[in-house]
Design a protein around this ligand. Sequence first.
Ligand SMILES: Nc1ncnc2c1ncn2[C@@H]1O[C@H](COP(=O)(O)OP(=O)(O)OP(=O)(O)O)[C@@H](O)[C@H]1O
Ligand SMILES: [Zn+2]
Length: 680
Amino acid sequence: MASSPASASAASEEEAVKAAKVLMVGAGGIGCELLKTLALSGFRNIHIMNCYAAALDSFTADMKASIHMTSFEVDVLHLDQFGNRHGVFFVQIDLDTIEVSNLNRQFLFRQSHVGQSKAHVARDAVLKFRPNINIISYHANVKDAQFNVEFFKQFNVVLNGLDNLDARRHVNRLCLAAEVPLVESGTTGFLGQVTVHVKGKTECYECQPKPVPKSYPVCTITSTPSKFVHCIVWAKELLFAKMFGDKNQDNDLNVRSNESGTSKSDVFERNADEDLDQYARRIYDHVFGYNIEVALENEETWKNRRRPNPIYIRDTLPEEAIRQNGSSRDINNEQEEPSAMVSLGLRNPQEIWSLADNSRVFLEALKLFFEKREKEIGNLVFDKDDQLAVEFVTTAANIRASSFGIPLHSLFEAKGVAGNIVHAVATTNAIIAGLIVIEAIKVLHGDYKKYRMTYCLEHPSRKMLLMPIEPFEPNKSCYVCSETPLLLEVNTKTTKLREVIEKIIKSKLGMNLPLVMIGSTLVFEDGEGLEEDEAANYALNLEKVLAELPAPVVNDTKLTVEDFQQELSCSINIKHRDEFDEEKEPDGMVLSGWSAPVEKQVTSNGGNQSVASSSGADYADGIVEDISTKPGMKRKLDEVLESKENCDASSSAQVVEDDDDDDLVMLDENPKLAKKKRLQ
Ligand SMILES: Nc1ncnc2c1ncn2[C@@H]1O[C@H](COP(=O)(O)OP(=O)(O)OP(=O)(O)O)[C@@H](O)[C@H]1O
Ligand SMILES: [Zn+2]
């Protein structure tokens, strides 16, 4: 009996799925769901890979310490280079190990897996219910050099389940270079999206500007906090950074260097004759007492504001309590990871501690950093998974909040604010994983007219929670997927090559290992394998101003910038400019022709949704389209820019921080986006 066209098409779809070679990047919340859904959807050849040992060299000591090397991982490593063992395969990459906090939603993992590779354990778990699937797992960073264009070329489709912009951009570039379709995804609480990117047919992941983190005026953070988040930003970005971070970094911590007003040493330096107890108390009095007194002297500031109270240790912890502080420490409680609350016998992170308890934990945390983690001091960056750092930041924020009459918060709540944590919703991940598989099947079938970008909303819009939208055409001025040159306005007589590389090429253009050419002269190259004299030469060039490079960069010079790993090359036309506005153009350079982050005023729709994005500097998860209100118009839901508060004229810089508000916010419509053409 002849088969109907419908069944023939279903059969060919099934064949395409069976024969597919799929690369999946990320085995976290979305990744676990995705792996399971792929396995249950007929994908037969799943190859999760682990280039773990090779990648290990590029890992920092901390990363290495977090990796569990098991015989299983080594075994997987020896399987083969490109997984051809199985002919067709599904590959999964993830650099992370399993944490207890993953278990509520990353259902392929169990308590006993904590500390093990996500990629391997996920592979193992799926093999238990689909033993005939070919899976190879890689416990590695997808940015590792071995995952080059050749590696990507072997796949029919790449599926992202990542949580950061950096890795997403990298995968986008490799997919473009290898000409492999990419299905990209992200979730934030109830919100999520799946987008399809096929070279030449749809826009690439970087065709559109990505959201920028929320920023607060410096004066709000340093002088006039009115919300708890302002205290958290102060504690994290200023105090913590000042105490434990890189001393050479700019820091706007608005503190006087010492009480007598003389130019003696830095107040944050520990004096030779000071024991740790004395040092901790001096810091406390300085930042919560003395500095508030100084701020109070500026009557103007407090005209229409509530005046803060200086807080001194003698008031919060009278003498005997101070002494107790040392002795109440449970010295038998030698924890692997030092914790001030544990050593002081405080057990409940969900409880709001009194000012006295906050003060005790603050002093204890400060001391523990010096006692137990002295080697790290000078290099620490706040990390929401670092218990002692969270304790320090929580208590510093609470003491400051108390000074300014702002309600105190529990450690659990403060950690959420400090780490920009939006609680993940397992159902959203499951829905998004399902949508990824639907798009992957369409991609394998090659019918690009059926591709959809789908957005998962929290509240129904036109009675729909899922909003499918036709993908857009590539953006003709995208520097990643088109050849449009960029324009850099810069003072060529004062700007060093190093600044252009750090602030523009690496930071804005996201290149990993850039190479810079002026005409045919190579002035800089990054990466391993350079000859000693080459490296020395490039190091010299880095410190030269542009106009004094071996091939001088002046007005109208064209730079060629390339990243071999990403197979990305772009031209930058230079326009010399003498002056830059320090406030509006803090880089001292202006790059145009790239997808600059959108910095638009936002309005709230009065909803009650949380739209913060991924943790730390890793944001940019979601672009949500609200086609119910503006058909064809893109709106972004996950970028929240607080309208600038009135601020002293002296405050110019911005402290960058993510959203804290609960409101659903939407960007004003971007007219540029409205003009974009849909796929024909
Ligand atoms: N460069 C990268 N290479 C490989 N895997 C990556 C890379 N960057 C991120 N990932 C992985 O992407 C996954 C994202 O998953 P998810 O968003 O659920 O994060 P998580 O770390 O598992 O959970 P949470 O951040 O909520 O604690 C993580 O498992 C992470 O290890
Ligand atoms: Zn593009």
